[in-house]
Design a protein around this ligand. Structure first.
Ligand code: PLP
Length: 449
């Protein structure tokens, strides 16, 4: 099997073609997968997933041994991937009681779990404390008081980080920017990032230190996503480490743990290939060390939180082509059997994707079309204006880089059953999530005939 695929940079590393020009992933003919499991179908490539994890782990730990790579599970979470992350030795970010429950269900090492979120409920905090979550990343004053009470009631001294909003613009989409001044996340550092006296961030340090049932371990920030430049990480490290040093001087604060978050970019389109894990690691660790040295601080335990950069490229969505609408001189819509219910990113973030024909993988482009979803919204468009071979009903369309923030944001809009997932590796396909049924969707309706 020879891969001569223009889209190789956005496809899993195992992508190839059969002699009859079918797309192959993980040694499996995607047209056979579609036949067996139906479409829409999400295919995850185990080699790509583990390979990506290995690259991030090596990039960081080879430069800075005391690094924990933490998978941001909101990118995509299921029991199978939680178990795989545990096997790979990664930590895990959870942002809800539901994600925590998945981690617990596969006996994920709780000491390596970080619990994030800007409005964790009392019950979620209780679940996290009782599960023995390694670090709860406290976002605000309400949570600081609530968690102190919850930990006290459980007789636990809970280790926490404080989420700081360091006022650094990551130059990404407004809806995925989280570390600027005007965001719902985290304790504000002064607008100039100087950590001036009386900042909410400083008050949070003081309050956390005074909380009997909390042990303040360090600081966290997350700037947004996807971040293609190194500069936001460098500036954030400079600001955060500078702040840590001021807090040491004023309050005896010790930076035991430090996390600059995630947001590393993933390859979605062939003209926007992201920096390599090595480049991120070099920038993050280099700038952190410079700031630590300047401030005379010891090297903290570092955690980094890639989500999309691990999951996105490992997933490929397969759709069957159906209806076609040609509007002369305007555009041609080609509809597929999925759309915003399984991938809302184009509608929500104007996210761009590539596509190829899985049953004629190397056919040359012949026309410019817009790939529409099947759901009842005009905004349900997967890919606007893309050059593709002439699409016929029944063709199998593959959308690469669909592993992150697609299924984790999937809905049952229009009562669409959410798609199944197969995990492929070396010619074997394993169903790791079955397709939802109509009965699944009606299960929670309370109604008596
Ligand atoms: C979402 C999130 C991440 C991961 O972002 P990616 O773009 O998927 O890498 C990391 N840390 C926190 C706190 C997050 O909320």
């Amino acid at each position: 099997m020879m891969a001569d695929l223009d889209l190789a940079p956005v496809l899993p590393r195992t992508a190839a073609t059969t002699s009859d020009d079918h797309l192959v992933l993980g040694g499996c003919d995607t047209t056979a997968l579609a036949k067996e499991f139906g479409t829409p179908l999400y295919v995850f490539d185990e080699e790509e997933l583990r390979g990506g994890i290995g690259e991030y782990r090596w990039a960081f730990t080879s430069r800075y041994e005391n690094t924990l790579v933490v998978y941001a599970s909101k990118a995509y979470l299921g029991r199978w991937i939680a178990a795989l992350m545990a096997e790979e030795g990664l930590g895990m970010d959870v942002v809800s009681g539901g994600e925590l429950a998945v981690a617990k269900s596969v006996n994920f090492p709780m000491g390596k779990v970080l619990f994030h979120g800007n409005n964790k409920s009392e019950q979620e905090l209780r679940e996290a404390v009782e599960a023995g979550v390694g670090r709860i990343v406290v976002d605000n004053f309400h949570e600081l008081a609530l968690l102190d009470g919850v930990a006290g009631a459980a007789g636990v001294k809970q280790r926490v980080l404080l989420r700081i909003s360091p006022n650094v613009d990551p130059h990404t989409h407004a809806k995925t920017t989280t570390g600027i001044l005007d965001t719902k996340f985290g304790f504000v550092l002064e607008a100039d990032g100087s950590g001036g006296e009386g900042d909410p961030a400083e008050q949070a340090i003081v309050q956390a230190q005074a909380s009997k049932n909390l042990e303040l371990m360090g600081l966290h920030c997350h700037l947004g996503s996807p971040i293609f430049e190194m500069e936001p990480y460098e500036v954030a490290n400079d600001v955060m480490i500078g702040f840590a040093a001021k807090m040491r001087d004023r309050h005896g604060f010790e930076l035991h743990d430090y996390s600059p978050g995630g947001g590393f970019a993933a390859p979605y389109t062939r003209d926007q290939i992201p920096p390599a894990p090595d480049e991120y690691a070099e920038a993050v660790i280099g700038s952190m060390r410079i700031a630590l040295e300047r401030e005379g601080l010891d090297e903290p335990a570092l955690s980094v939180e890639p989500g999309r950069s691990i999951a996105a490229r490992a997933g490929v969505a397969l759709y069957t082509v159906g209806a076609r609408k040609e509007i002369p001189g305007v555009r041609t819509y080609v509809s597929v059997d999925g759309g915003m219910a399984d991938n809302i990113r184009p509608a929500m973030y104007e996210a761009r994707y590539e596509a190829l024909l899985a049953n004629r993988a190397t056919d040359a482009a012949e026309e410019n079309v817009t790939i529409a979803g099947k759901y009842c919204e005009s905004g349900d468009v997967l890919i606007r204006d893309i050059d593709l071979p002439k699409l016929e009903p029944g063709d199998l369309l593959a959308v690469p880089a669909s592993g992150a923030y697609c299924l984790s944001m999937a809905s049952n809009y229009n009562h669409a059953p959410r798609p199944p997932i197969v995990l492929v590796r070396e010619g074997n396909a394993r169903l790791v999530r079955r397709r939802e049924t109509y009965e699944d969707m009606m299960r929670n309706d309370v109604w008596q005939e």
